[in-house]
Design a protein around this ligand. Structure first.
Ligand code: FES
Ligand SMILES: [Fe+2]
Length: 380
């Protein structure tokens, strides 16, 4: 099925990268590098990452498409903080504590999108608006002098642009690091996409092992031989950086040389753009859909990975539904669940034995070394 990709044009940066690939300027790192296995195993390091990376940097909560209408909300717990992501009556995104200001009860219980004109506490029915303001207190005379305006839900800093919703745990800081991504995401028309499916994988691996799997193309022809491997030329890749983030293309250089590279449809059929949004998210741009993979570290050896598939519009026929379902199954259960995440878990198992104290990184894998250098810099 040929689905039009709703977007403008590639950005100059996206085009330049495709042109490098077409010219055959492979992004080969220089020589072999090693990394200590304890980067993935050490609980103290894990605690430092939580404090200095996840505690300070903007973190992705999901695509704008997870809240398609004003006055909707969804609970979000995977960063270890009970959150509500909401959209107010004007459509503005808010990130609120999912904790009642009366006696601390959890407000939204499930992980489904709920209407949020009123968020009503299940205990004594204090009611909040979708922007977190306290709107109603039953038997208000029992709280003499209580100023409702002082009892709104605790709110975190939020940022929505380029079709993505971010928050920060800390009061200090800004969203400059993710503002740099907006042009690229807008070029894919991310804000207008429809959320087709989401699924959370419980992966027995350090979160950085999951990210590593998307920072090298060395494995694509081998690990993915039974799924997507045949769609790609072996090791044909080019990469660059946008601030802390990495942008890569993999694909078929011979085909790429002969197409109109300013035509998004042709370009996206020829190459796959992959982004690593530092620190914990991967964006995979297929010809007519996009997957977001958000890693939520739970411990040094366990990561929840949410796979979210975005498509141009809600399926309107059985044919369209079958088309998207096939792509979803190929990537979510096959390529990601059955291959990339499985490889990460097997890697964690092997390293946890202590029998290989350092890992070896070849010239097609230098994106991994760059990622770990940025983590080191942030922890220093
Ligand atoms: S705890 Fe929420 S209304 Fe009492
Ligand atoms: Fe992979």
């Amino acid at each position: 099925m040929d689905v039009p990709v709703r977007s403008s044009r590639p950005t100059p940066g996206q085009l330049a990268l495709a042109e490098r690939l077409a010219r055959g300027d492979a992004a080969l790192g220089a020589g072999i590098k090693t990394l200590p296995a304890r980067l993935y195993l050490d609980e103290d390091r894990f605690a430092q990452e939580q404090e200095r990376l996840f505690g300070r940097l903007p973190l992705l909560l999901g695509p704008s498409a997870m809240l398609p209408q004003p006055n909707q909300a969804i609970a979000h717990d995977d960063y270890g903080v009970p959150l509500i992501v909401s959209r107010d009556g004007e459509g503005r995104a808010h990130v609120l504590a999912n904790v009642c200001r009366h006696r601390g009860t959890r407000l939204i219980e499930s992980g489904d999108v709920v209407p949020a004109n009123r968020i009503v506490c299940p205990y004594h029915a204090w009611a909040y608006r979708s922007d977190g303001a306290l709107a109603g207190v039953p038997r208000a005379e029992c709280f003499p002098g209580l100023e409702k305006s002082d009892f709104g839900l605790r709110e975190f800093a939020a940022f929505e642009s380029g079709g993505l919703i971010w928050f920060r745990r800390s009061l200090e800081g800004n969203f400059v690091a993710v503002e740099q991504l907006v042009d690229d995401m807008d070029a894919f028309g991310l804000a207008a996409l429809h959320l087709y499916r989401r699924n959370t994988h419980d992966v027995a691996a350090n979160w950085k092992l999951v990210i590593d799997a998307f920072l090298e193309s060395y494995h694509v022809a081998r690990l993915h031989a039974a799924t997507i491997g045949p769609f790609f030329a072996d090791g044909i890749t080019a990469a660059d950086t946008i601030g802390l983030h990495q942008r890569a293309v993999v694909g078929r250089a011979d085909y790429l040389a002969n197409i109109d590279r300013s035509d998004w449809g042709e370009l996206r059929r020829a190459v796959t753009y992959t982004y690593h949004l530092f620190p914990n998210t991967v964006v995979v741009v297929s010809p007519d859909y996009i997957n977001l993979l958000i890693c939520y570290p739970q411990s040094a050896g366990r990561t929840l990975v949410e796979d979210i598939m975005l498509i141009p519009e809600a399926p309107t026929s059985a044919d369209a539904e079958r088309h998207w379902q096939k792509s979803w199954d190929l990537l979510d259960a096959g390529t990601f669940g059955g291959e990339d995440f499985r490889a990460a878990a097997l890697c964690h198992q092997g390293l946890a034995s202590g029998l290989v104290p350092e890992i070896t990184i070849g010239s097609l894998e230098h994106g991994i070394a760059e990622f770990h250098a940025k983590v080191d810099a942030a922890l220093a």
